[in-house]
Design a protein around this ligand. Structure first.
Ligand SMILES: NC(=O)c1ccc[n+]([C@@H]2O[C@H](COP(=O)([O-])OP(=O)(O)OC[C@H]3O[C@@H](n4cnc5c(N)ncnc54)[C@H](O)[C@@H]3O)[C@@H](O)[C@H]2O)c1
Length: 182
């Protein structure tokens, strides 16, 4: 799933003497949801051409945030898929659970995006795992350069039916669940 945003800005309610006005802005969010079985089967090309707005071509690169517990059993297969299709993947395994679903983890992702030097027009960030990491990376991506596209690859039931398709992102703050979000 790839995200994109557009802004519509307008002026309204201008006072007769031009001393006061209201600015109205609408941020439109649109993204594709794609169902694909066995996404990292060597012959599956859904990730290459499934997202019309961000085709992935041989020789290109992607930043991939992956949960460490998913990386252990599945990471090698995912990396093989990247190699086979000539895509350079920079993999960042992250520890992600409800206890570390916080601002520090968001910063970690922002640091990774900054170090990678994301081209926000052509290089959507890829995130692989359950709802926790999808939410962390989603928040980081929505903040970095005021909105960087990202592709969510959910690996849990909640990820598939909810966090992976929903429009919200968020992390916990203080005692509040999803207190910081976008
Ligand atoms: N943004 C939204 O719209 C939205 C909607 C619903 C839920 N959420 C958020 O989602 C979170 C819950 O998501 P969750 O239930 O996916 O939890 P989770 O991300 O913590 O994943 C649950 C567990 O599954 C493990 N796991 C994931 N994929 C695996 C795999 N392929 N193999 C082995 N183990 C694997 C993880 O390591 C983890 O221990 C909550 O923080 C909630 O706030 C967000």
């Amino acid at each position: 799933m790839r995200s994109g945003t557009r802004f519509k800005i307008g002026l309204a309610h201008v006072a007769a003497d031009d001393s006061e006005w209201t600015v109205e802005a609408v941020k439109q969010v649109a993204y594709q949801v794609i169902a694909s079985a066995d996404l990292f089967h060597p012959d599956n090309t859904q990730l290459l051409d499934g997202c019309a707005a961000a085709p992935l071509r041989p020789g290109e690169r992607r930043l991939v945030l992956i949960d460490a517990s998913v990386d252990r059993p599945h990471g090698e297969r995912v990396r093989r898929w990247f190699t086979r299709h000539g895509v350079r993947g920079t993999f960042v395994p992250m520890r992600a659970n409800e206890a570390v679903k916080d601002w520090e983890s968001v910063e970690q992702v922002i640091d990774a995006m900054n170090t990678f030097g994301i081209d926000r027009r052509r290089e959507p960030v890829i995130v692989i795992r359950g709802g926790v990491l999808l939410d962390i990376v989603g928040l980081a991506a929505s903040l970095y350069r005021r909105g960087t596209p990202y592709i969510r690859i959910p690996t849990t039931l909640i990820g598939l039916v909810d966090a992976g398709v929903g429009v919200k992102t968020g992390v916990n703050y203080g005692n509040g669940k999803n207190r910081l979000g976008s």
